[in-house]
Design a protein. Structure first.
Length: 1005
């Protein structure tokens, strides 16, 4: 039994008997197409097995009753179905693409929405007083049933049974860039030509506008008849979609960014293989030369193929030694002896037979998934919809051959079959894709059930929703910013022109980690992963200034602590911060300068120079993404995958290397105190910071680092620019989580691991334990982390804090690096405190912090409210997001006084909403499929297992800036529009001239 299915069934069993809260779920899925419903049905049955109560409006009622599963059968109404159709019907209604879209939208409205709403049982459901916890629908050709979620005031979860549809993305703010994300019905690869991108752009616009006018508007009108005229528009209702489950997976579809509330569940319909019918088992067992399966699924009848096409198949099959099992709905008069016809076949079970060598298919998503699961190569003859794209995805992975339906001949079929049978690379690639498809943190069923329950637990989980879906088109694509900049530029040009006129006119791997930055708050994030990898049996060599005090098996230090000098630990004085971080741009320069200096020190070390010359073999390089990439040339030298760790909120220069979306219209720069809901002026500043950070990093960090690296690796080496090496990054682990940060799209090779440094609390020192236990009124912890010296605060500021603390009855535990005279009796200072352990104590009521990410995460994890006094870097943004979530307050450093500090403390202590919000935030932060450390280890080993995991990389990486943003496509469209306009004006002028001439002629006569 395959591991993938074993895990699914074991998990289902465990989940079935585990105690859990039972939810009441309404599923409205009246699609009759079997290939769609079997994906949805798997989710529904999984929920029923978990103990949830399902009410299912559908046209495929269960033949045998299932516990907790209640059918509302509306099958008498959608009588027109797309199933067992003829080829002529498909060609006349579904080709080309835009015609197919028009057909399914019309089909969805006429045959589904209008007819189902007529059903009396369905109308009774509209008027029911029964309580539900969730509404589940399908995203396909209609959204007319989404109003149930609005009426019942419950979360909406939708399932896409194909790959992501164009009209799916706007409802959750999911990126859908046509420069590299292919239309679901197109057979383009992600590396499109200009013409292909132009066509892809056209279909994106056509699909979104067409769906709005031909499906949404019509569906809204019929829904209003039953729900009332005050019903919001469908597009407003589904804008609040809590979760979308998509029947795709990056192993067989595109690697593309998804926001946190879009989850891939491809393979969820797969079940434990059943024994084959006896005659079929004997037939396959005796087929010693192999078996070829030919099936066009549940929609297209192969018996409806033209006679010349049938003859081509028969002629090709007659030349083979293999057994051909053909799903064919009628009898054929003459067939070769090696061909067996069946009106129906258990396709998934047959594909699992060891003698099956090849599947000839139409390329439906289910058939592709089944062939990939069993590692069976494919000949694809796509007919319509997503099938061309599905087949092309398998072709691009080297496990399939495509045959165009209109070019079917006996020769083309025979050539394709013999190519696959004789070229073992197809079988090997199919096996490799199968391994990648099955290699997941959780089974598809676990994933689907976990996230559906997650949505119910958190009342729709609005924290998963990106603010991008609340922006207008002009805001989302920065058109207002561009218009403003163009206006400003035009104004400057006009002023300059006027001035001129005036003047004139997982196997054990050998891993190298290069982490030389001497900030302890950074290394505590990276160290757990390095130690965790050694625990998995990997050999880890760590270059950096933090050698272990106690040796660890498989962990080898190359100690740079002497070369690096004093640690950046309790070193920064307040006056240094004020002088070096007066603005984000000045802060950028400071960190770029200090990291460039660290690079020079490290490269000058004989230990690193020996490493440059070393011939030792490594399997992986781990670096930190912070202010320099000077060590990633080691990945190029060693020819190994590169994994990088961002120890705080993603910096602007992280995203281009993996083509992660970074839209400044709603994604705030890490050094700015903005949220995802920015004003126009804030978006201007954010856009400037965005551009400045990228250009500055390239010229002030990347370029100098490249010159430095060339000095040691040899100027005559073939080393590319550092920015080019960075684009080969296999994986980025980000110390971030959507609960405490912005909800934003991430490509598959960017993984959030916020909280990786957290561990089970250690016993406190005895004096601290007694202090905290004895503080019955509660404890306030005051700490500025491991970098900033609190003792360097001006005496006047220290005095303001002391006077504020003297007015409260709680114990104040203050991390202070010196001594303070005449402290109030309730204030205790320590030069160092185990902050993570202290904050976990039940008597701690509040943390006063600078807003470093580690401190913020520790407070959030323990549900402790925050008073933030941000100093520099990411701290203003960290605090602003906590304030926005109602779990803390902010005090500007320049506004510190006794009254401000005292009132802020009192507000947090007396208003219970802050504690409630902090606890809620803590629950969301902790509620994950896997703990952060397990996640980081899994994906690091994933990169090792799959040779760099290139399949995770977005196609956007291969595009120029102009191509990525479709500027060439837009320029072409504008040029075309301008040409038409000029021609029209000239024609109009000529017409006016002709009329005038004739008028003069007649006037003179």
């Amino acid at each position: 039994m395959k591991l993938f299915l074993v895990l699914a069934f074991i998990t289902t069993g465990i989940l079935s008997i585990a105690s859990c809260e039972s939810y009441n779920i309404l599923a409205i899925v009246p699609i009759r197409t079997r290939s769609h419903f079997m994906v949805i049905e798997a989710v529904l049955k999984g929920l029923a097995d978990k103990g949830h109560n399902l009410t299912v409006v559908n046209v495929n009622p269960q033949k045998t009753p299932i516990k907790n599963y209640h059918d509302i059968d509306v099958s008498q109404h959608p009588k027109h179905i797309v199933s067992n159709t003829t080829v002529d019907f498909i060609i006349s209604n579904m080709r080309p693409i835009h015609k197919g879209l028009l057909f399914i939208w019309d089909f969805g409205f006429e045959k589904m929405c209008k007819n189902v709403f007529k059903d009396q049982q369905f109308q009774n459901l509209i008027n029911t007083t029964q309580k539900f916890d969730l509404v589940l629908t399908e995203i396909f050709a209609y959204d007319c049933f989404a109003p149930f979620a609005y009426k019942l005031n419950v979360p909406l979860v939708s399932i896409v049974t194909s790959t992501a549809l164009q009209w799916m993305n706007p409802r959750v703010g999911n990126p859908d860039n046509p420069s590299y994300i292919v239309n679901y019905a197109s057979a383009f690869s992600p590396q499109m030509t200009f013409l292909e991108r132009l066509v892809n752009f056209y279909f994106l616009i056509f699909a979104k506008i067409g769906y709005h006018f031909l499906s949404d508007n019509r569906g809204y009108e019929i829904a209003k008849q039953y729900f009332g005229d005050d019903l919001p528009h469908l597009s407003e209702i589904y804008q609040n979609t809590s979760l979308i489950l998509v029947n795709s997976h990056f192993s067989i579809n595109q690697a593309r960014p998804f926001v946190p509330n879009v989850k891939e569940i491809a393979g969820i319909h797969l079940k434990e293989p059943k024994p084959l019918p006896e005659d079929m088992q004997i037939l396959l067992d005796n087929a010693h030369n192999g078996v070829i399966i030919i099936s066009f699924g549940s929609i297209v009848r192969m018996s409806s193929f033209p006679e010349n096409v049938k003859f081509a198949f028969i002629k090709a099959f007659s030349s083979l030694n293999q057994l051909v099992v053909w799903k064919y709905e009628e009898e054929l008069l003459t067939i070769p002896p090696n061909v067996v016809l069946r009106k129906w076949i258990p396709q998934f079970d047959i594909l699992g037979h060891k003698n099956v060598k090849l599947l000839i298919t139409h390329g439906g998503q289910s058939s592709c998934i089944e062939s990939v699961y069993h590692g069976v190569p494919v000949i694809g003859i796509p007919m319509f919809a997503d099938q061309p794209g599905n087949v092309m995805n398998l072709v691009n992975r080297g496990m399939a051959i495509h045959i165009d339906y209109f070019n079917i001949t006996a020769e083309s079929i025979l050539h394709a079959i013999q190519t696959i049978l004789n070229d073992k690379s197809f079988e090997e690639n199919a096996r490799k894709v199968s391994e990648i498809f099955k290699d997941r943190e959780r089974t598809p069923m676990e994933t689907a059930i976990y996230w559906i329950e997650y949505v119910i637990r958190y009342k729709g989980a609005p924290h998963l929703q990106t603010s991008a879906n609340q922006l207008s088109v002009f805001q989302l694509y920065l058109l207002d910013i561009f218009a403003f900049l163009i206006l400003m530029l035009a104004t400057i040009v006009l002023v300059c022109f006027g001035f001129l006129v005036c003047l004139t006119f997982s196997d054990a791997a050998n891993i190298l980690a290069m982490i030389p930055f001497k900030g302890k708050s950074h290394f505590i994030v990276i160290q757990p992963l390095l130690e965790g990898l050694t625990g998995r049996g990997h050999n880890v060599t760590v270059v950096g200034p933090y050698p272990r005090d106690v040796p660890l098996h498989n962990y080898h230090d190359i100690d740079l602590s002497t070369e690096m000098g004093p640690q950046l630990l309790n070193r920064l004085r307040i006056d240094e911060i004020n002088s070096n971080f007066r603005s984000p741009t000045q802060g950028y320069h400071w960190i770029w300068d200090i990291c460039r200096s660290m690079c020079e020190i490290a490269y000058n070390s004989s230990k690193v120079q020996n490493l440059v010359k070393s011939e030792e073999k490594y399997d992986l390089l781990i670096t930190e993404i912070f202010a320099s990439d000077c060590f990633i040339p080691f990945a190029h030298k060693l020819r190994v995958p590169l994994v990088s760790i961002a120890t705080f909120y993603p910096v602007s220069w992280l995203n281009p290397r993996v083509s992660n979306p970074d839209n400044p219209s709603y994604i705030a720069n890490y050094a700015l105190p903005f949220t995802d809901k920015m004003t126009f002026f804030e978006r201007i500043l954010n856009s400037i910071a965005f551009v400045y950070a990228r250009l500055g990093y390239y010229y002030l960090s990347d370029s100098p680092s490249y010159e430095m690296a060339k000095t040691y690796f040899g100027s005559d080496s073939d080393m590319p620019q550092i920015s080019e090496i960075a684009k080969e990054t296999s994986l980025i682990l980000v110390n971030n989580h959507h609960s405490i940060s912005q909800v934003r799209p991430l490509v598959p090779n960017v993984i959030e691991i916020g909280g990786i440094h957290l561990r089970a609390p250690h016993p406190l020192p005895l004096d601290l334990q007694k202090l905290l236990d004895g503080s019955e009124k509660g404890v306030i912890v005051f700490s500025f982390g491991s970098v900033v010296r609190t003792a360097s605060l001006p005496p006047a500021i220290i005095d303001e804090f002391i006077k504020a603390f003297a007015k409260i009855k709680l114990t104040v535990l203050w991390k202070f690096e010196g001594t303070i005279e005449n402290l109030p009796p309730n204030v205790v200072t320590r030069e160092w405190i185990p902050q993570c352990d202290v904050v976990a104590h039940p008597n701690v009521k509040l943390l006063i912090t600078h807003g470093g990410l580690a401190s913020t995460i520790e407070a959030v994890s323990n549900g402790v409210p925050i008073i933030g006094i941000p100093m520099f870097g990411d701290q203003p943004g960290n605090i602003q997001r906590i304030v926005e979530k109602g779990a803390g307050l902010k005090i500007d450093y320049s506004e510190i006084n006794t009254d401000k500090v005292y009132r802020s403390i009192q507000q947090l202590l007396l208003n219970p909403k802050y504690k409630t919000n902090a606890k809620k935030l803590s629950r969301i932060f902790k509620d994950r499929e896997l703990p952060p450390l397990e996640t980081a280890i899994y994906w690091t080993e994933y990169v090792l297992r799959h040779g760099g995991a290139h399949h995770l990389k977005s196609g956007a990486q291969h595009l120029s800036w102009i191509e990525l943003h479709c500027l060439d496509v837009l320029a072409f469209i504008l040029l075309g529009f301008a040409t038409v306009l000029v021609v029209a004006i000239k024609l109009f002028a000529s017409l006016v001239k002709l009329i005038k001439k004739n008028h003069n002629f007649f006037s003179s006569h």
